[in-house]
Design a binder for this molecule. Structure first.
Ligand code: ATP
Ligand code: MG
Length: 487
């Protein structure tokens, strides 16, 4: 959206911007250029030049005289130009990438060059185990950190071919990704839990239609991977599915199974162990370390390994206050995520710190309740938020998407399923965690990178405004939530 782009322009102060005329989504062109123009008008520090890659998708896109430069023309003019190598320090910034903004104003993560190269090269060998001549397919959006690290730099550093796919997993049908895997003999694939939950709602026959024998393993990251979905995708594909936990800030996985070093058994719903280089531990709020099976905050004892952010672009103070002010004795990097380590050393991420629900003095991670709801076979996807309650402080409320719409097409069926879901939660976590209501809706509000906008859901459930929605993928989901709440 123009507003989000303008905020980032003013933060980064670029001299040049690159855009295409339009992108493709669900088979339809989505014009971009007018958004770029709008953003440049809104911004205080617009770039002097905008380079346009004309894909021929939006025939009549607006042009700004003197500022816009046509890529094809420029390329033709400079085709034989010799550009000398410029030597830089390894600590020189390679890029700024804004975090998803799930928890507020996005932070401009500044990445170095040398450290990032070292980290990605090592991770290709030790985590993703992809080598020269093989093909990697990351289904991520290129604007997300997974896109930067594992569509572009990681596979290319490893000498792999990489696939960049523009589109949804459902078009022309739910077999498209697997068709790509067969066609290009993909060996390493990387996707997100949200995509698995989308596929779970489709006919599983699509997964059996293609020859997937080239595929060694599938990696998933970005959101908690619930046990039910983890098991489902692993059984359907018949290969290891590795959950890995990281942040835009780190640039590469913090928790994973390093199959290229030592293969370990997969624990469903757990991204396993700290990756080498990360002294990752679980801390109590007073800065002391948690014991096994005790919930706490995920932190990293510095120094951060290569690849992690060098600072927040242009805001060193914010770098310190955001990441290094929660624990100061000793200084620890705070991930702002809530997690737990079991007695075998497997970690589980329980949600973000501000997603913790406080019910009558009991602290529950939204993830734990979502996990319980998802054990019901009719449920494809669910978001749980804490809603203010006079008596108990907060009450969990669930918004669920069913696999089969016919399961909730009458008020009677909805009431019956709501009861069954509540029973599931009672069984696994106790009545204290039981959602006050389970609302059934057609889709959940997410960012473009597939992250649940829990803060917006919570705001609506508490009768407040949904807040900044510039990164939302499908705004109609909010209307569905409002309608469900009204009913
Ligand atoms: P912002 O920081 O602006 O709010 P964001 O945190 O959504 O945005 P990202 O850096 O893209 O932006 O997301 C990282 C977060 O995603 C992690 O801190 C964690 O909450 C979640 N996450 C990533 N991978 C996993 C995983 N495997 N399991 C559970 N949660 C995960
Ligand atoms: Mg974050």
């Amino acid at each position: 959206a123009a507003g989000s782009l303008a905020t980032r322009i003013d933060d980064a102060k670029p001299v040049l911007m690159v855009s295409s005329d339009a992108g493709m989504r669900n088979g339809k062109p989505v014009p971009y250029k007018h958004l770029v123009d709008e953003a440049c008008k809104l911004a205080e520090f617009p770039p002097a030049k905008v380079l346009i890659v004309d894909r021929g998708l939006d025939k009549g896109f607006p042009k700004v005289e003197g500022r816009d430069v046509d890529y094809a023309e420029l390329r033709a003019r400079h085709l034989d130009a010799k550009v000398p190598v410029v030597w830089l320090e390894s600590s020189e910034p390679s890029y700024i990438l804004y975090t998803s903004g799930t928890t507020g104003k996005p932070k401009g993560v500044q990445r170095d060059t040398g450290g990032y190269t070292v980290a990605l090269t090592a991770s290709m060998k030790h985590i993703f185990t992809g080598g020269a001549g093989e093909t990697m397919f990351s289904t991520s959006d290129i604007g997300w950190v997974v896109g930067h690290s594992y569509i572009i730099y990681g596979p290319l550093l490893a000498g792999m071919a990489t696939i960049m796919y523009e589109g949804t997993p459902l078009r022309p049908d739910a077999g498209i990704w697997w068709q790509i895997v067969e066609k290009y003999k993909v060996t390493v694939m990387f996707s997100a839990p949200t995509a698995v939950r989308v596929l779970k709602k489709q006919d599983p026959a699509f997964l059996k239609k293609y020859d997937l024998s080239s595929l060694k393993h599938l990696f998933l990251a970005g959101e908690p991977l619930d046990e039910t979905s983890h098991q489902w995708i692993m059984e359907e594909l018949g290969i290891p599915v590795i959950d890995n936990y990281w942040q835009t800030e780190t640039g590469w996985p913090m928790l994973a199974i390093c199959r290229g070093v030592e293969d370990s058994p997969i624990k469903l719903g757990s991204p396993a162990f700290p990756v080498y280089g990360y002294d990752l531990r679980i801390f109590r709020e007073d800065g002391t370390e948690c014991g096994a099976n005790e919930k706490g905050i995920v932190g990293i004892v510095p120094p951060l390994p290569p690849g992690c952010l060098s600072t927040v672009w242009g805001q060193d103070d914010r770098f310190v206050s955001t990441y290094f002010s929660l624990f100061t004795e000793p200084v620890v990097y705070s991930s702002s995520d809530w997690g737990i380590k079991d007695d075998k050393g497997y970690y589980t991420i329980l949600g973000r710190m501000d997603d913790v629900i406080n019910v009558a003095g009991h602290r529950l991670g939204t993830r734990e309740i979502e996990e319980a709801v998802q054990t019901h076979p009719a449920i494809a996807e669910v978001a749980v938020v804490g809603v203010a309650d006079e008596l108990k402080g907060q009450m969990p409320m669930a918004f669920a998407v069913v696999k089969n719409a016919a399961d909730v097409d009458t008020p009677e069926k909805r009431a019956a399923l709501e009861k069954e879901v509540m029973k599931k939660v009672d069984e696994s976590l106790g009545a204290i965690a039981r959602p006050a209501r389970v609302h059934f809706i057609g889709g959940l509000p997410k960012t473009r990178s597939g992250k649940m906008l829990r803060r917006s859901i919570q705001a609506l459930a508490e009768g407040r405004d949904a807040g900044d929605l510039t990164t939302i993928d499908d705004p109609s989901t909010l209307e569905q939530i409002k309608a469900a709440l009204k009913s």
